[in-house]
Write a protein that binds this ligand. Structure first.
Ligand code: EPU
Length: 422
């Protein structure tokens, strides 16, 4: 896992106010950039978040021979003259989404070599890639593992009828986009339904792909010979939207979140209704208003459209500020509740029942502490805890937070937070 020497210093307790803009979705951007390998032409991308993992993917594309121009939130990628099928292992090992290059590289060049991808330490061992390998093999790829590098080769990939034994966001996206250039019609069942998946399919369809059903459990992909360039505007990051909504509620503040899609965090808003957190929404803004009284409520993580695992850590911090007892059940990742130990050190009243469940008794006044961010979402949860806590909170290893949240200190200072990076 990559670490950094930089820290955040937060003084609390804070109230926030005003409005904050949501950036483009990390988990769409990280699929669109690899998908450019399927298109031997110029792809124009807007609303691209300027975050660490995106920067790494742009480097990977350049190393593969793509022409890349990036300026703020706009980038143009042209992979007409890619000259390599080899992912730089040092870079690819650092983040999970590097696996997204494999299928497009294989479909485009007939080969792909890559290391096991890294990323946040939130699942047991290193997060598995068995589904990717299984599906690519069934599409006709030969898989070899030598000196910790996988090599996949295939002259032309064939369409498959494939049932995902487990619902996986990245595996759904990887097989869907790879099948766009396979021979025949692929039918994928038990697919993930996250909004980034139809957004990726819409983009590929504008490039000439024939994908239907994305956003439902069954996706059909009619393989085509070749794709052509198109433009994509990255949809708003629903995890940022939910994070800011939870932040406002936990800090008993009023905040307007702009450039977002409230409908993409419906499960969280349904919990807000039960907790007693008032809000107003339009199609692309969400205003969280001050609650008179917040009652704790249980939450169980589920694949989209259920309550997503990525909002579990901020939600758990919220439950330290609401009245009553709540059970938080993390069903997707077995290490995503470990950060609650740190919350307990900050004064939260939390009991861990087992790696997947904690009970939170609230409300409690948190106290500032020096803490380490273990992963992206637990890291931002600690930022919220630090803003709610009395005194100074120092958050170490902020690299893990900046992988997903662009210019977060500046943006939070603009709404009233006392946070700085040193
Ligand atoms: N899984 C397998 N085998 C595979 C692939 C996945 O067993 O080959 C398992 C995973 O270990 C996990 C479950 O399937 O237990 C679901 O994993 P999924 O594949 O959906 O997760 P992911 O693709 O690794 C994406 C997001 C995560 C988000 C999950 C929610 C990206 C780059 N990452 O991860 O985002 O938590 O979906 O399911 O899209 C984040 O943004 O902080 C983040 C971690």
């Amino acid at each position: 896992m990559e670490t950094s020497a930089e820290k955040y210093i937060i003084n609390g307790p804070t109230r926030i106010a005003g409005s904050i803009r949501v950036n483009g979705a990390k988990n769409l951007a990280l699929k669109v950039l690899p998908a450019c390998l399927l298109v031997p032409d110029a792809v124009d991308i807007t609303n691209l978040p300027n975050i660490e993992d995106v920067k790494k993917e742009l480097v990977i594309l350049r190393e593969l021979g793509a022409a890349v121009t990036a300026d703020g939130s706009r980038a143009t990628v042209n992979t007409a003259s890619i000259g390599s099928d080899h992912l730089n292992p040092e870079l690819a090992k650092k983040f999970r989404a590097s696996i997204m290059f494999v299928g497009p590289l294989l479909a485009r060049t007939g080969a792909a070599s890559f290391p096991h991808p890294g990323g946040c330490v939130i699942g047991a061992g290193s997060r598995p890639i068995d589904i990717f390998l299984d599906a690519f093999e069934k599409m006709g790829a030969r898989v070899e593992l030598r000196d910790q590098m996988y090599t996949l080769t295939a002259k032309r990939l064939n369409a498959i009828n494939y049932f995902f034994y487990k619902i996986s966001v990245t595996a759904t996206e990887a097989v869907m986009m790879t099948a766009a250039l396979a021979k025949g019609t692929t039918v994928l069942s038990n697919c993930a339904m996250e909004p980034e998946i139809p957004a990726l399919a819409d983009f590929l369809n504008r490039c000439g792909a024939k994908i239907s059903g994305a956003g439902t459990p069954t996706i059909t992909i009619e393989g085509v010979e070749k794709l052509h360039g198109a433009h994509i505007d990255i949809i708003p990051d629903r995890i940022e939207t939910g994070t800011f909504a939870i932040m406002a509620a936990a800090l008993k503040s009023e905040l307007t979140i702009t450039h977002c899609v409230p409908d993409h965090i419906r499960a969280l808003l349904a919990l807000f209704d039960r907790i007693g957190i008032p809000y107003n929404e339009t199609a692309d803004t969400l205003t969280i208003r001050k609650a008179k009284h917040m009652a704790s409520h249980d939450a169980i993580t589920h694949e989209y459209p259920g309550f997503i695992t990525d909002l579990q850590s901020p939600y758990t911090v919220l439950m330290t500020q609401t009245e009553g007892v709540s059970l938080i059940h993390e069903t997707i990742y077995d290490r995503r509740l470990l950060f609650t130990d740190t919350l307990a050190q900050m004064g939260a009243n939390i009991i861990m029942c087992d790696p997947h469940r904690v009970v939170v008794m609230g409300p409690t006044q948190l106290q500032g502490k020096t803490v380490i961010s273990p992963d992206l979402r637990a890291g931002i949860a600690m930022v919220i805890a630090g803003m709610a806590a009395e005194g100074t909170t120092t958050i170490e290893n902020i690299y893990q937070i900046e992988r997903g949240y662009e210019q977060i200190t500046e943006r939070l200072r603009a709404i009233g937070a006392d946070i700085k990076k040193i």
